[in-house]
Design a protein around this ligand. Structure first.
Ligand code: HEC
Length: 159
């Protein structure tokens, strides 16, 4: 009896897994062209953002093999769609506003971002306290550098 139940569960699970692969959501995985990045204060700030944020907040996402396999693919697609919608370092305009930078710095310092489930398979994005602070400071410096070039009017907002 127990054996039968286990067998049914295994076969049912396998069937569900196969059917899940046919669901089209999560297979787009596109990287639209890079429009314009912020005017980074340094290559280091960009490198840190690339390491910890670009997979979900840029048009240069890296899509690992398991990102093509449902149900992981659904979660990954959802994260990238929503992440890009909130903020996209590849479609920024050259100006990073002060308040935006402060929000980014806060989210980084508090460890709210990157999303915790992402860190399970991306230990490289698990920034040390020193790197978190460097990224936060770098984004603030990027914003300060932008304000001297004046933020263009009507630029899309990111929050
Ligand atoms: C695994 C994907 C992923 C990574 C990596 C990631 N984010 Fe996000 N981010 C999201 C998603 C999804 C949202 C929108 C929903 C939410 O807030 O959880 C978001 C929202 C945000 C917001 C909006 C405020 C908020 O908390 O709702 C900020 C700011 C942000 N991310 C900053 C960052 C920064 C800075 C990094 C890098 C240190 C980063 N994110 C890395 C997926 C990601």
């Amino acid at each position: 009896m127990l054996k039968k139940i286990v067998l049914i569960l295994v076969i049912g699970g396998a069937a569900l897994f196969i059917v899940a692969q046919l669901v089209p959501f999560g297979r787009a995985h596109d990287n639209p062209p890079v429009v314009q990045e912020p005017n980074w204060d340094s290559a280091e700030t960009r490198a840190l953002a690339q390491t910890a944020c670009f997979d979900c907040h840029s048009n240069e996402s890296v899509w690992p093999w398991y990102s093509n396999i449902a149900p992981v693919s659904w979660m990954v697609q959802h994260h990238v769609d929503e992440g890009r919608e909130y903020l996209n370092f590849s479609d920024w305009g050259q100006c990073l506003r002060g308040e935006e930078a402060e929000e980014l710095a806060e989210v980084i310092r508090e460890g709210e971002m990157p999303v915790s489930s992402y860190l399970v398979l991306h230990s490289e994005a698990r920034l040390s306290d020193a790197d978190k602070e460097a990224l936060a400071q770098g984004l603030l410096a990027t914003a300060r550098a932008s304000s001297s070039t004046a933020c263009p009017e009507g630029r899309r907002d990111h929050d």
